[in-house]
Design a protein around this ligand. Structure first.
Ligand SMILES: [Zn+2]
Length: 350
């Protein structure tokens, strides 16, 4: 059983949403609820079906000002985002435990491989739907379901994939704005660069190298995949290949196996050679030069895209997906139903 905790990430999303979730027709969910309104005291359970997968949601006893509809919509958006990126939800059954706390926002997400997939996450009693709809943490946790457990020394790959994929997945499901996503990447990715004394990703277990160093690995791999395939393949194709070969969180794999499976899925050797360069030595990257090549210009608090930049097409492919990933999304299972029940004063569910 592998625990994947989440440390607080620098900054928070600020995304304008306008009921866009309906746009993801191929992954749409139907949620039926017993009644509207605020949460009563006592535990609530509900089930969401997405494609062939089932998410059992248990809300622990406690006060929440947000409505049940909004809470489940938050779960639904997160599941849609991850499903859009991977072509389907990563595991067949997820148990999701939501624990209210006195406060605002979302925190304390943790993901486990037990029982086919288990996520525990805390939601503040004063959270509004705006807080939930701009939350990144639940999507991050759900991305963890999509990759096998690896040895502790490679923890950076687990956190790096979740950190890198989460905002892209939300953009592709139309739950986040692309310029906002790149603004945050430009703002945060430098935290993954090696500092003095760095001994590579496998040997430098700092917060920056674990979360953002891992994300840097994914970003560089994504660019190289697009370069070698003329923008026909990207990181999503490698990660889908790993997941579809059975490499989800319930499995324990050597990291090398996962990387080789990913490389076979795309038909080009990118993940393994990049790992060999980054695992045991500092591997510095000129990020400002990369932003310029990708056509991403920082202007104050925003970014602007330059469409005649050398890698502008790669930027678009990373943001919106490769042709094969679009096919994967189309192949996602059609919508199904969900239902809500309630068990009072019981600890059932876990
Ligand atoms: Zn994590």
């Amino acid at each position: 059983m592998q625990l994947r905790g989440i440390l607080l990430r620098g900054g928070s999303s600020s995304v304008k949403l306008a009921g866009k979730f309906r746009n993801v027709i191929t992954l749409c969910l139907l949620v039926f609820m017993l009644s509207a309104g605020a949460f009563p005291a006592g535990q609530m359970t509900s089930t969401i079906l997405i494609g062939n997968s089932r998410i059992d949601v248990v809300v622990e006893e406690g006060k929440l000002e947000t409505s049940k509809e909004d809470l489940l919509k938050w779960v639904q958006w997160s599941a849609e985002s991850v499903s859009t990126y991977y072509g389907h939800f990563p595991v067949l059954h997820l148990s999701l435990r939501i624990v209210p706390f006195d406060g605002k926002g979302v925190r304390g997400g943790r993901t486990f491989g037990k029982d086919g997939g288990f996520i525990s996450i805390h939601v503040g009693s004063h959270s509004s739907f705006a807080d939930l709809s701009t939350d990144w943490m639940l999507t991050h946790e759900m991305v963890h379901l999509s990759f096998p457990s690896v040895a502790e020394t490679h923890h950076w790959i687990e956190e790096g994939i979740a950190t890198y994929v989460e905002p892209i997945a939300r953009v592709r499901a139309k739950h986040m704005d692309a310029t906002e996503m790149w603004r945050e990447v430009v703002r945060d990715l430098h935290q993954g660069l090696p500092r003095e004394g760095d001994k590579g990703l496998d040997n430098t277990h700092t917060w920056g190298r674990t979360y953002w160093g891992g994300a840097l690995f994914c970003f560089l791999a994504d660019i190289e995949l697009h370069r070698q395939t003329s923008n026909r393949k990207g990181m999503e194709d490698a990660l889908r290949g790993i997941l579809n070969a059975g490499g989800d969180i319930t499995k324990e794999w050597p990291l090398e196996k996962a990387l080789d499976v990913g490389d076979r899925a795309t038909g080009v050797a990118v993940l393994r050679p990049l790992y060999d360069k980054m695992k045991d030595q500092p591997y510095d990257v000129d990020l400002p030069a990369l932003w310029a090549q990708l056509g991403i210009v920082q202007e104050g608090e925003k970014v602007r895209f330059v469409n005649d930049a050398p890698l502008a097409k790669t930027r678009d492919a990373i943001t919106y997906g490769t042709p094969s990933s679009s096919l994967g999304a189309d192949a996602a299972q059609p919508a199904f139903s969900a239902f809500v029940g309630r068990t009072k004063g019981s600890s059932a569910g876990r």
